[in-house]
Structure formats: structure tokens, C-alpha cells
Design a protein around this ligand. Structure first.
Ligand code: ZN
Length: 133
């Protein structure tokens, strides 16, 4: 069995129909046997197929998350283990605020939070730029 997305040229509806084969669809369509379930028109054409299986690559949650994170970090400066220090300095106004990311221990993160400095863990681990290559 094969499923086609069909498009009603009269009413503009899109619907699904099952056929034994592609040839079976051609036959039934030519004979006017394929009808729009909404308006009954037999003026039917195949609609562009929509993918029915999750797409590989970009569609995978992890890849999506990674793409999101890399987008997020585009405007963010890597500060490495200076993260807590930098976050504190920005909070106190010593340095102008900017988006930074880096490494912090759990204790650092907790102490920052205690001081009312908002930090958020990144969804995925980041490879420090110094370790690339
Ligand atoms: Zn229709």
C-alpha cells in the first residue's frame, strides 16, 4: 500500500488516500474514482509529498539544540574559567555588560545565584575555543 497526499483542484483541500500502487492511483484518478472527501470533486492531483519520517540531521532534537546553542553563542564571548569573575564584574558595573559564556563550578554558579546574578547552564557542553584543534 502507498499513501499519497492529494490536492483537490476545485476546493483546494488536501487529503490523504491509500492505493495499492502508484499505477493504481493513476488508474483510479484517470477513471474519476478518486474524489475529494470534502466536496466530492474528482479534479484531483498529487500534492507535494510531506516527509512522514523525522528528518535526519537538522530535525533531530540534539542537532536542533546544538544549532540553537551555537546561534546563542554567536554574540557571546568565551571567558573560560573567568566566567564567575566576569559575571560578578559585570553585575557590579566594573565592566560593561555583555553576553559571555565560560566555565563555572557548581559552587560558583550557586554563589552567583545567591548574589542575584542570573546565570544559566548551557544545554550542551561547549568545547573551549582554546581546546579546538
Ligand atoms: Zn474538494
Amino acid at each position: 500500500m502507498i499513501v499519497f497526499d492529494l490536492h483537490c483542484k476545485d476546493g483546494g483541500e488536501t487529503f490523504e488516500a491509500w492505493f495499492r500502487s502508484s499505477a493504481d492511483y493513476d488508474e483510479q484518478c484517470a477513471g474519476g474514482l478518486v474524489q475529494c472527501p470534502v466536496c466530492g470533486s474528482s479534479n484531483i492531483a498529487k500534492a507535494p509529498m510531506a516527509p512522514r519520517v523525522p528528518r535526519k540531521g537538522a530535525g533531530e532534537p540534539l542537532a536542533r539544540l546544538a544549532a540553537l546553542q551555537s546561534e546563542m553563542l554567536k554574540s557571546s564571548r568565551w571567558v573560560g574559567d573567568q566566567f564567575a569573575t566576569t559575571a560578578r564584574a559585570m553585575h557590579s558595573g566594573e565592566i560593561p555588560p555583555e553576553q559571555v559564556h565560560g566555565q563555572a563550578t557548581l559552587a560558583d554558579a550557586k554563589s552567583l545565584a545567591d548574589d542575584g546574578i542570573a546565570v544559566a547552564p548551557l544545554p550542551l557542553p561547549v568545547v573551549p575555543p582554546t581546546q579546538v584543534n
